[in-house]
Design a protein around this ligand. Structure first.
Ligand SMILES: C[S@@+](CC[C@H](N)C(=O)[O-])C[C@H]1O[C@@H](n2cnc3c(N)ncnc32)[C@H](O)[C@@H]1O
Length: 393
């Protein structure tokens, strides 16, 4: 079964009966729209859009952009996109409402944890310069995005991500929201069984979900997580400490990190590249190369690239680029990460990419997850497998 109950921790926002009912309703509504209503777009395309395009151009659409130009004019697509976007905003609002009700308490708890005896650490940078692509964008329509830090000790961004992403993914990442990290650790064992990482870095740790998975899978390692948002990191730290996971969180831009050269055996960048700019992706690979020890591994996970995917499925998977405040989504899925790795200094013969363990497998959830995620506009999107790009130094 999909995990529908999130594992409690010290800063997990609670929900009143009314808040829980609203969140559950939005969850079910989202599922219904995704599974039962958006697939109708394929019928609209096959029956109307494609024949009309073929008649005018005497050929099928060459790429997703040509399909999108036609589909955005279709009332059915406008309706389903509007439903999806509205449900997304309703979900964030419902979660935010419950967070704001208890925010002073959550801040107190996080501060008390940070002041007490800890096994990990939290290092914020008061002079941190927020990258523009994060500052000026509310990724996946999250109010305030990753950068909002609105009052002393704020933890809203972390709480929003932890609760919101759990509902948004319908429990897909597991009760601890750590499936991405656990799956990545399984991938490390698969591709580099010789590598027993003593020091690990996760780039883009957000609320500490995937970092927690790495901590569980590599309990002996000295584990560091970096992100740009202070409110994310305060939350991530309190969350990890309350579960006894020793993780060192730092506010740092992955494009220019302050770690010494050759510090880490494993650098992970999980579900993060699509939320950085194209330039940042090149810079992050360079920094990963610099920070890795010889013999170390840089492992990224992402949704699979668009190459080799037919234009309709590319169009379906590109919905977020235009409707979900994910401006880099399409670009990163078009990028040849091997070229990026080589430009950063990595040896092309040590590069690999392909499918590997996914979140469902990592949390031993059943294939129900895969089935439910298969029906987005009548096409495959998400599911039990993850896609990885990795390179050893
Ligand atoms: C989708 S989230 C990652 C999810 C997380 N790995 C997990 O599985 O729980 C992407 C994260 O990357 C962070 N990020 C984007 N650009 C960054 C940069 N240049 N340096 C550090 N973090 C960055 C964002 O702030 C955001 O928290």
């Amino acid at each position: 079964m999909v995990a529908l109950k999130q594992m409690p921790h010290a800063v997990l926002p609670s929900a009143t009966l009314d808040e829980a009912a609203r969140q559950a309703f939005i969850n079910q509504l989202g599922k219904h729209v995704l599974n039962d209503i958006t697939p109708g777009n394929k019928a609209v395309y096959d029956k109307h859009v494609l024949p009309a395009f073929q008649q005018t151009h005497e050929r099928a659409p060459a790429d997703r952009h040509e399909i999108r130009k036609e589909m955005v004019r279709q009332p059915y697509y406008q309706m389903t996109s509007s439903f999806q976007r509205t449900i997304q905003e309703m979900m964030w609002n419902a979660v935010d409402e419950s967070i704001q009700r208890q925010l002073p308490d959550l801040i107190d708890v996080a501060q008390n944890i940070a002041r007490g005896k800890t096994t990990g650490s939290l290092t914020l940078d008061p002079n941190f310069e927020m990258p523009g692509y994060i500052k000026h964008n509310d990724n996946h329509a999250t109010p305030g995005g990753y950068s909002a830090d609105l009052l002393p000790g704020d933890v809203t961004a972390g709480a929003l991500y932890d609760r919101g992403a759990f509902i948004y993914t319908q429990g897909l990442f597991g009760p601890r929201m750590d499936g991405i990290g656990k799956a990545a650790a399984m991938m490390v064992s698969r591709v580099r069984p010789d590598l027993k990482p003593k020091k690990i870095l996760e780039i883009g740790c957000t609320a500490g979900g995937s970092t927690g998975g790495l901590a569980i899978m590599f309990p002996e390692a000295d584990l560091h997580g970096i992100d740009v948002g202070a409110a994310l990191l305060r939350y991530a730290h309190a969350r990890a400490e309350s579960w006894g996971l020793p993780i060192h969180f730092h506010q740092m831009n992955a494009e220019h990190m302050s770690f010494a050269d050759e510090s880490f055996d494993l650098v992970c960048c999980l579900a993060t590249l699509h939320e950085t700019s194209r330039n940042a992706t090149f810079n992050i690979f360079k920094e990963a190369f610099r920070a890795l020890r010889p013999g170390g591994l840089f492992l990224c996970s992402e949704l699979p690239p668009y190459k080799g995917v037919d234009p309709w499925n590319q169009f379906v998977r590109d919905w977020d680029t235009y409707n979900n405040n994910e401006p880099f989504w399409g670009g990163v899925h078009d990028l040849e990460l091997k070229d990026v790795a080589v430009a950063a200094g990595f040896d092309p013969t040590k590069y690999f990419e392909g499918n590997g363990p996914g979140v469902a497998q990592a949390n031993a959830l059943t294939s129900a997850v895969e089935v439910e995620n298969k029906k987005f506009m009548g096409s495959t999107r998400g599911g039990g497998q993850a896609w990885y790009a990795g390179v050893s130094k």
